[in-house]
Design a protein around this ligand. Structure first.
Ligand SMILES: NC(=O)C1=CN([C@@H]2O[C@H](COP(=O)(O)OP(=O)(O)OC[C@H]3O[C@@H](n4cnc5c(N)ncnc54)[C@H](O)[C@@H]3O)[C@@H](O)[C@H]2O)C=CC1
Ligand SMILES: O=C(O)[C@@H](O)C(=O)[C@H](O)[C@@H](O)CO
Length: 285
């Protein structure tokens, strides 16, 4: 089904999302408060850039919000969308905000659904589709169909939860990774190597439940009984993350993070990831 899709926010994620839908043949419109960002994203996606939210969403059938992860900003943007378009499905690319919190200020919360893409959005197949309490099943089905037809792997959740599935899994892993570094057990590079040389290749082919089946549930019962009580239990960002973020060492965005990153690291990573996914998809099952 041909859609008219307005992408609001043309940064790291919005630009990639616009390319996904542009490549799928939909009419894509882009708005960003940074008009240069909107123009760049529109050019890369074969889309049109627009000077206002109202202009971008007028007549759109789908609105996809990829603005900064700040609830008050998203609330204001969703209000602008509702005022300018009474029909479109409104999808947010939020990383972690539960749909009901996001829809709290909306006139019609049933229009909201989460479509959570992964960075880089036009390379990573996964998109989590998360309904809020008021989201009709038909809206979830429509988003899943749209994403699937665009070549994505859409995973619908039965109900909302903060962080959805993948970010909860990532958060659990990253919490333990930082716990191990803060305890002096390993360096960030050594922790990363355990993933890229071990866990990562397996996870490209099998998720946690398949891995447990392959390893033996008796073994995993013993392992989890032994390890769970020793895991880190931080309930907020640990000092090694908070201190870097607060002093502006943001990683690839600034060149300095946990490890040194040069400016084209994200582009090189995206190219390598695309090649890896293509090779994986060509493997015999
Ligand atoms: N960066 C990542 O790895 C991922 C981020 N996300 C989520 O996607 C959303 C966007 O994140 P990023 O693309 O990384 O952020 P970003 O900071 O790269 O891009 C945000 C864009 O929104 C624009 N913007 C700011 N206020 C706006 C407004 N009122 N209306 C329209 N545009 C506005 C900014 O100028 C910027 O270009 C966030 O909710 C984030 O949590 C989701 C998956 C991955
Ligand atoms: O990893 C991803 O692309 C997504 O899970 C995200 O939402 C981002 O990592 C975000 O949580 C932080 O950049």
């Amino acid at each position: 089904m041909h859609e008219i899709i307005a992408v609001l926010g043309a940064g790291v994620m919005g630009a990639g999302i616009a390319r996904v839908f542009g490549r799928a043949g939909h009419e894509v419109r882009v708005f960003d408060v940074d008009s240069a960002a909107a123009a760049r994203a529109a050019e890369s996606a074969g889309a049109s850039a627009h000077a206002s939210v109202e202009e971008a969403v007028a007549g759109a059938t789908i609105v996809l919000e990829a603005a900064p992860e700040r609830l008050e900003l998203k609330h204001a943007l969703l209000a602008q969308v509702e005022a300018a378009n009474a029909e479109a499905v409104i999808a947010s690319n939020t990383s972690s905000i539960a749909p009901d919190a996001l829809a709290a200020g909306m006139r019609d919360p049933s229009r909201l659904v989460i479509a959570h893409f992964f960075n880089p959005a036009d390379t990573v197949p996964l998109v989590e589709v998360v309904p809020g309490p008021a989201t009709p099943a038909a809206t979830v089905e429509r988003m899943v169909a749209l994403l699937t037809a665009a070549g994505k792997t859409a995973v619908p959740l039965a109900q909302q939860v903060e962080g959805f599935i993948a970010n909860r899994l990532q958060a659990a892993l990253y919490r333990e990774a930082m716990h191990l570094v803060e305890r002096g057990i390993a360096t960030p590079a050594q922790v990363d190597a355990t993933v890229t040389a071990g866990l990562g290749p397996r996870w490209a082919l099998a998720g946690p439940f398949e891995i447990m089946d392959l390893g033996g549930l008796d073994v995993w019962q013993s392992v989890t009984d032994g390890i769970f009580p020793t895991l880190g239990d931080a309930s907020a960002a640990p000092a090694m993350l908070r201190e870097r973020a607060e002093r502006g060492d943001l990683g690839a965005k600034t060149g300095e993070g946990f490890l040194q990153r040069d400016a084209d690291a994200p582009a090189r990573f995206a190219a390598r990831l695309a090649a890896l996914i293509e090779a994986r998809d060509g493997l015999p099952t």
